[in-house]
Each structure stands twice: as structure tokens, then as C-alpha cells.
Design a protein around this ligand. Structure first.
Ligand code: SAM
Length: 258
């Protein structure tokens, strides 16, 4: 059962910040590049291409492992923003140990992605986000901010839980809808799954597409396939594999700022 919560940005940030400050990735596990999600990988889709010499910004950078991936591919500047001071500290330590010897120092900012926080405008070649965009309380405002950080013709890539995955549960060996695809209300995430309190809105796919268009992006590619090879490696018995055989669990969008 899920509890419906009326939207109150401060309250949502407080709940989610507390979770990431205290639990971090203990229960949810980190999803980091080259993976976009459990069954989608940059190794196959090559959405970034060559990032050498580029300026990259990660939204919801978590523990810094995806920024490390970009540093190892010779990105010239690594920037990250995250709501949680604890995640930012983890990222700082992680990157100090791994990319500092390349002469790259990451600039990490603790702030909600929805707010002005001093990130330079028209500056980045890539802005990206791995399983963090959906936490925003203001999708249109966040996409419009992200557009402002990018140089013209530059790229925004993000991955998130597929809305269908969030609607379906397994019951007696069958997948059934447990909630309406159209229900975008803010709900507590099932506490038995995450071992703590988190709150989330399950947006429709059209909410992402329309918010991108409104912010001035053109979509270049969308991925919702399940990679057969990763699925095979994860094993047939895995619950997530069973789901991923039937419907997408992750989607990834690559968009260009017009
Ligand atoms: C599922 S993690 C994704 C990060 C990384 N890919 C990982 O798997 O660890 C979600 C991250 O988004 C951050 N986050 C949640 N809400 C946010 C917000 N409104 N603004 C910025 N970051 C936020 C959390 O603190 C957390 O580090």
C-alpha cells in the first residue's frame, strides 16, 4: 500500500535528503555509468560518444562513480550536484582518490536540482543524470535549468525508472497493474523495499517528453530495450529479470539543446 502525500517541496526535500544522508545506497544500490539502469549500458548504446576534453555536469551525482567514469574517459571538467551533503562528501572522497592524479578536480555542489546554485550558464558540453531526475519536484523547471547550463547544440542524457515498471506488481505468477499509469501523485516509496522513508511521483512518459520540448530540447534517441546479454548474466531466477523480459524497467533519453 502507498500513502499519498500532497506536494510540499520542503517536506519532500527533507524526507529524501534524510534518506540519502543516512542510508545512501545501502538498500537501493548505486546505478552508475557505464550502466544506465539494470539492463541498459553505455557500452552498447554509446550515447555519449567521445567525451575527451569536454565539460560535464551530473545532476544527482550520488557517490561520484559516474563522474569517475567520465574522468577516466578524459573529460576536462567534472561537475556534480546533489541534494545530500553526505552523498557529496562520498563523491568528494571517491574522486579525490581516483581522478585527482589526472589533474582533474571535480566541482561538487550540494543543492536541490530545482534551485539556482551558481552553476555556470551556457557552459557544458554534456549534462547527464543516472536515476536522479525523477526526484525533482519541478520537472519543467529542472529541464529548463539544465538547458540553461548547456551550450547550444550540446547534449542532455538521463535515465530513470520506466513508468510502466512502477505500475506493475507480480501476483500469483502474473504481472498486474497495481496503480494507474496516469496517477502522478507524490507517494511514499514502499518502506519494506527501501528500509526507510522516501517520497516520489511516478510521472507519465509524456510528462518527460513534453517538459523536454518546453525547455527547448530535441530528442535524438530514446532507449527502453532490455539488453539480452545483461539479462542472461543476471540470471533467469532474478525477479527483476522476469520483469525486464516482459516490459521496460528503465528508459534513457538523449536530447540536444536547440
Ligand atoms: C538513486 S541516486 C542516483 C545517483 C547515482 N547514480 C546512484 O545510483 O547512486 C539518487 C541521487 O539523487 C539525489 N537527489 C534526490 N533528490 C534530489 C534533488 N531534488 N536534487 C538533487 N539531487 C537529488 C540523492 O541525494 C541521490 O544521491
Amino acid at each position: 500500500m502507498t500513502e499519498v502525500i500532497a506536494i510540499n517541496t520542503d517536506k519532500i526535500h527533507h524526507i529524501n535528503r534524510s534518506y540519502w544522508d543516512t542510508r545512501g545506497n545501502e538498500f537501493l544500490g548505486a546505478i552508475v555509468l557505464p550502466l544506465y539502469g539494470a539492463f541498459v549500458s553505455e557500452a552498447k548504446y554509446r550515447l555519449f560518444g567521445d567525451v575527451s576534453g569536454t565539460k560535464v555536469l551530473e545532476i544527482g551525482c550520488g557517490n561520484g562513480q559516474s563522474l569517475q567514469y567520465q574522468g577516466e574517459r578524459q573529460a576536462a571538467e567534472l561537475w556534480g550536484i546533489d541534494l545530500s551533503a553526505q552523498q557529496i562528501e562520498k563523491a568528494r572522497q571517491h574522486l579525490a582518490e581516483r581522478v585527482a592524479e589526472r589533474g582533474i578536480s571535480a566541482r561538487l555542489i550540494c543543492s536541490p536540482m530545482e534551485e539556482e546554485c551558481g552553476i555556470p550558464k551556457e557552459y557544458f558540453d554534456y549534462v547527464y543524470s543516472i536515476y536522479a531526475i525523477g526526484w525533482t519536484t519541478d520537472l519543467e523547471g529542472t529541464f529548463s535549468r539544465i538547458a540553461s547550463y548547456l551550450k547550444k547544440d550540446c547534449i542532455f542524457i538521463f535515465s530513470w525508472s520506466h513508468p510502466i515498471h512502477r505500475c506493475v506488481i507480480e501476483e500469483n505468477g502474473k504481472f498486474v497493474f497495481s496503480k494507474s499509469y496516469f496517477d502522478e501523485s507524490w507517494c511514499a516509496v514502499a518502506p519494506e523495499f527501501i528500509q526507510g522513508e522516501l517520497t516520489l511521483s511516478d510521472r507519465k512518459m509524456s510528462a518527460y517528453i513534453n517538459a523536454l520540448a518546453k525547455a527547448g530540447f530535441a530528442i535524438e534517441q530514446m532507449v527502453e530495450e532490455t539488453d539480452e546479454e545483461i539479462m542472461r548474466l543476471q540470471g533467469e531466477d532474478n525477479d527483476l529479470t522476469q520483469r525486464a523480459k516482459m516490459f521496460p524497467v528503465t528508459f534513457v533519453i538523449k536530447a540536444r539543446k536547440l
